[in-house]
Design a protein around this ligand. Structure first.
Ligand code: NAP
Length: 270
């Protein structure tokens, strides 16, 4: 059985750990976790039964697959001091936004098997979209990533570069953008006399209904689905005309590009 070491017990590491355990795909006794501060790690250990590593060195010693769950800006400080403790048997999975496999290799030269993933917060409900790039062409490494992360959602293998950046923004940050839209829906309903609870329920129901219909009819394009709910000169058509006139797509594209620029900044390790 493989052993997994999570360096950093923050939001994303905890969501992955809890979902892997809930889905019964990894047993807690095969998971080791280290963290800079003690409190949250102790709570995680108590709640899930995973092992606590005394420090990052012990984590590397105990586990074969090491998942780097620190913020990109903390990556060098966390990994540089322990880089020589890695050896050729380790597989390293980085969650750090923007940090390329090439930069990871420079940071941990002893490791040849590197995987870079970009999950989103829906890991918590095991409905994440997870971007994944692996070093080299190794098929077994892709299979390992597929087997490990499949219980958490949909895995999309993608080359690094613009496509990876686009996935990061549209799918990982995308959750935040969708919530922004949901807030507009909710606020508008509240302006029209619905309580916040009713407005929330109606908003979530509308987004979920639209997403589920699209999910359940994978052969129907989004445009076709939209056409089915729009009648000529009807209410939806009037609203859509205005959305297009006000260039909502242009606005979103500009915002996505701004997010890509930040992703690039965060990924610089110098
Ligand atoms: N959250 C998301 O939705 C999301 C989505 C996609 C990707 N990611 C990626 O996931 C990674 C983690 O993000 P997050 O949101 O989970 O951040 P987070 O909640 O801040 O977690 C980072 C954790 O790393 C720990 N840490 C920092 N330096 C350390 C060190 N030297 N040794 C051991 N532990 C250390 C921190 O410990 P302390 O308790 O001391 O702060 C903290 O618990 C990032 O690279 C991010 O790009 C996150």
């Amino acid at each position: 059985m493989r052993t997994y070491g999570f360096l950093g017990a923050g939001h994303m590491s905890q969501a992955i750990i809890r979902s892997l355990i809930e889905s019964a795909s990894v047993k807690p006794e095969h998971i080791w976790v280290s963290n800079r501060s003690a409190g949250k790690l102790d709570r995680l250990v108590e709640q899930t039964g995973v092992h606590k590593a005394a420090n990052n060195e012990e984590l590397i010693d105990k586990a074969e697959v090491i998942l780097l769950g620190v913020k990109p800006q903390d990556l060098v400080t966390a990994v540089e001091p322990i880089a020589s403790s890695f050896d050729g048997s380790h597989i390293v999975v980085s969650l750090a936004a923007g940090v390329s496999l090439q930069n990871l290799k420079k940071l941990i030269p002893n490791v040849n098997q590197l995987i870079r993933i970009m999950p989103n917060a829906a890991v918590k409900v095991r409905r994440s979209v997870i971007g994944c790039s692996v070093s080299g062409e190794a098929l077994w490494l892709k299979t390992l990533a597929q087997d490990l992360f499949k219980p958490l959602g949909e895995i999309v293998f993608v080359e690094e570069g613009e496509a990876f950046e686009a996935l990061t923004v549209a799918c990982s940050s995308g959750i935040g953008f969708v919530y922004e839209l949901m807030e507009y829906w909710q606020d508008w309903l509240m302006d029209h006399d619905f309580s916040s609870e009713e407005a929330r329920r109606m908003t979530v129901g509308t987004f979920m209904g639209a997403a589920l219909m699209a999910h359940e009819t994978p052969l129907t394009t989004i445009e076709e689905l939209q056409n089915k709910v729009v009648s000529k000169k009807g209410v939806t058509a009037a609203g859509l005309d205005s959305i297009r006139e006000l260039e909502m797509e242009r606005l979103l594209r500009i915002s996505f590009e701004k997010a890509v620029m930040r992703d690039r900044e965060l990924g610089r390790l110098d």
